[in-house]
Design a protein around this ligand. Structure first.
Ligand SMILES: [Fe+2]
Ligand SMILES: [Fe+2]
Length: 172
């Protein structure tokens, strides 16, 4: 995913990416990665699909980037109480933050506030909103699983290495 190659995408998201408040999403962790990176991925892949399908790709790119625009940090603990609470209200916070700092159209507002569909059963009004909700679920699930994979590998390694050392000591 070489974003800099894609001038059109970059020009659509530049005003958001360079906003001094939005940039703080670099400091928060979401599904084990920086929320900023998660949001860029959702925006970019949704934009690519929207272009192919002749959807409003400009709104998709912008709202895709803003869909998780909230600054509370759960420190990567996706299953903590705080994170679970945020699951059910962050779409409203993202809409509030986005409205405060950017001028949004009706479609962009719907994409942001309905992106948790079907986890939160607020049915999207537009096909573009369904698209971003779908891409977000796929990318979010992938990030969540890779985070647990890493953890699992670390756990296995942390058991295997000491056992291996004991074993090599015994056979010396
Ligand atoms: Fe979200
Ligand atoms: Fe998301």
């Amino acid at each position: 995913m070489d974003l800099k190659q894609n001038n059109e995408f970059m020009s659509l998201v530049n005003p958001i990416v360079n906003n001094s408040d939005f940039i703080k999403t670099q400091d928060t962790i979401h599904h084990g990665i920086k929320k900023f990176d998660h949001s860029i991925k959702v925006s970019y892949y949704s934009y690519k699909i929207a272009k192919k399908l002749n959807f409003d790709y400009e709104s998709v790119a912008r709202a895709g980037l803003l869909h998780d625009y909230f600054l509370s940090n759960t420190n990567g603990k996706s299953l903590s109480k705080k994170a679970l609470k945020l699951t059910y209200k962050h779409h409203n916070i993202a809409l509030r933050n986005s409205r405060r700092n950017f001028k949004l159209n009706k479609l962009e507002e719907d994409i942001i506030v309905k992106h948790m569909f079907p986890v939160i059963p607020k049915i999207p009004k537009y096909k573009e909103s369904f698209l971003v909700a779908f891409v977000d679920k796929i990318i979010g699930t992938h990030e969540f699983l890779s985070k647990f994979n890493k953890l699992l590998n670390y756990k296995i390694l942390s058991q295997v290495i000491p056992s291996f050392m004991i074993f090599t000591n015994i056979i010396k």
